[in-house]
Design a protein around this ligand. Sequence first.
Ligand SMILES: Nc1ncnc2c1ncn2[C@@H]1O[C@H](COP(=O)(O)OP(=O)(O)O)[C@@H](O)[C@H]1O
Ligand SMILES: [Mg+2]
Length: 336
Amino acid sequence: MVRAHKEEVLSVEGLEVVYKTERGPVRAVRGVDLSVREGEILGLVGESGCGKSATLLSIMGLLPPTGRIVAGKIRVGGVDVMALSKKELRSLRGNTVAMVFQDPMSSLNPAHKIGAQMREALEVHGQPYSKDILVRLLQEVGIPSPETVLGYYPHQLSGGMQQRVMIAIALSCRPRLILADEPTTALDVTIEAQILDLLRQINRERGTAIVLVTHNLAVASQFCDRIAVMYAGQIVEEGNVNEVLSNPLHPYTQGLIGCIPRFQKGVPLTPIPGQVADLSEDFVGCAFYPRCRKRDASCATSPQELVHTGTRRVRCHRYGYVEYTETVAGQDWGNE
Ligand SMILES: Nc1ncnc2c1ncn2[C@@H]1O[C@H](COP(=O)(O)OP(=O)(O)O)[C@@H](O)[C@H]1O
Ligand SMILES: [Mg+2]
């Protein structure tokens, strides 16, 4: 199917983020480029500590005071985020781009009723906030008895319902882009599937673009159109989700796929050896080199560029030589 040209809602170029810490600077993001178009779902995957959250927080202008963007450009809906005043940024957040975090309880105020918190969110963005509007917003995210729920405190709701409230708040200003940072990690698997279904329904019905951060490649495979795999603050592979999962080019992507449980096939899991790279360090060659099963001697010393190959981007000079057959043979990674 040939798709009509869709507008770019997010563009990140050469993003670099540094955190100030007692141990010295942590270079959390090291030159990330991303582009997301209307209606698209991009998965940002990788182990914990690879710079996924730092990337999303930068886009939202929500880095903590110790974090700083030291290089790069970020455009949301064509607007240069870094040129905005605090007030303009606040208006962009919510109106164009909204974020959903891992732990809804840390975003909801435990002392205020749901209705009051939703009203406040709408008020901040200059939106009308009658009771009817709040009820409709809760209905849209599948919350039963919305009128009753408006009078509840957050702790009276289950984790899944809390996350639905957060999504309702995120949607209340009709954003063009939702950034979801591990939105289901704290939930049971059945609830996780429901929340992902809800996000996908929003994507389909409204054309809202979504960036989903997850350390779970199986989740990404079900949910995303494209995935970008991050390691040590860099994108190491990016492409159409089915292509990446059926024929991963980067050894790190191959390693992540080897960690997905496939009990039914009786194939043992193959963990990636070693620890995630320490981002307070600098790397001369490939950051994944110490853990890589496919390395050669030059990997320790040659910096790796992200190169285009077909519809894919990959950061490994050996990708063309590496025959990949171990873990994915016979797997059906159909998107649905
Ligand atoms: N507030 C912070 N202060 C200092 N270092 C941080 C902070 N947040 C994250 N980091 C560091 O930045 C790196 C990337 O972290 P993060 O973006 O949270 O990764 P991910 O979301 O992929 O797990 C890690 O080395 C982490 O320890
Ligand atoms: Mg994170």
